[in-house]
Design a protein. Structure first.
Length: 290
């Protein structure tokens, strides 16, 4: 009982009241970085993450400039109350807001403290956010080794996308992390086993890279096809490019696979594939008129 009272007092003093919290109107540059980390609850709708920009919404509804601060303070007050009652998700979400600075004035130091408390209380998202802070160096120096530790904890705690983050880190390497495509493939496979579509794409892309020590065309094509059929346009584009390069030789001498993946990429919204088809049509018309 005493421990809960102490936590209550700490959080009550740590979190400013709703009428005192400093708000921030995000600019376009800030919104580009607002995707770092992961919230637990529904704070995304107040953070410019719904497919159109905050400023587009505001231009369409001039009253938003008056109403939106009230909405943010109201939501903040709810989260603060839940956080003081030791709700790990609410603590993580407040930290996420302060980390990104999309609605609250950026305070990465406070965000880190809240993430640590939330992680102790069992928030897997908080572990992921601590990894993101260490990886991007928001609030303190970049520390890839610490990021790896937190990403691993986050994955074990149930955050599948932490595997793709680890795979990418090992694929590229860093001053303090030696590139290791074997480890990258291993982590991508763990993400793929959790049906993380991006991990499937990254696994396929790396396995199909002839410059990689883990070059394995069969493995690469399998996972690229899996990701593409799940709607991952980057995978569909990579398959299109692969079969485009083999039009004059097996495995696609008639161009059937190339056209299949190109047209699927177009249906998934790929401008690159659309331009590729336009060029193909132009070449065919030129040949007919020659």
């Amino acid at each position: 009982m005493r421990q809960s009272a102490d936590v209550f007092n700490i959080l009550d003093s740590l979190l400013p009241r709703a009428d005192l919290v400093e708000l921030a109107e995000p600019d376009e540059i800030l919104l580009l970085y607002a995707g770092i980390g992961m919230p637990s609850l529904r704070v995304m709708e107040l953070s410019g993450q719904a497919g159109i920009t905050y400023h587009e919404i505001k231009a369409a509804n001039p009253l938003l400039g008056l109403v939106e601060p009230i909405m943010v303070r109201s939501r903040y007050a709810e989260l603060r109350e839940q956080a003081i009652m030791e709700d790990a998700d609410a603590l993580n979400d407040l930290g996420w807001w302060w980390l990104n600075g999309s609605r609250l004035k950026p305070n990465p130091e406070l965000a880190r403290r809240l993430f640590k408390i939330a992680a102790v209380m069992g928030s897997a998202e908080a572990l992921f956010n601590l990894a993101e802070q260490a990886f991007y160096g928001k609030g303190f120096a970049v520390d890839p080794v610490l990021a790896i530790d937190y990403y691993e904890q986050a994955f074990e705690a149930g955050i599948p996308c932490a595997a793709q983050a680890l795979g990418s880190l090992y694929e590229r390497g860093d001053e303090s992390v030696i590139a290791d495509h074997g480890k990258a493939i291993s982590w991508y496979k763990r993400g793929a086993a959790e049906h993380d579509v991006m991990a499937c794409f990254l696994l396929g892309r790396l396995a199909l890279d002839e410059a990689s020590t883990e070059y394995d065309p069969a493995l690469g094509l399998y996972w690229l096809q899996w990701a593409a059929m799940k709607g991952q346009v980057l995978a569909t584009e990579r398959l299109t490019d692969f079969y485009f390069s083999t039009l004059e030789s097996p495995p696609d001498p008639n161009g059937l696979l190339f056209r299949f993946w190109r047209d699927l990429a177009i249906s998934q919204g790929s401008f690159w594939a659309r331009e590729l088809r336009a060029s193909d049509v132009a070449i065919q018309q030129a040949c007919k008129s020659a």
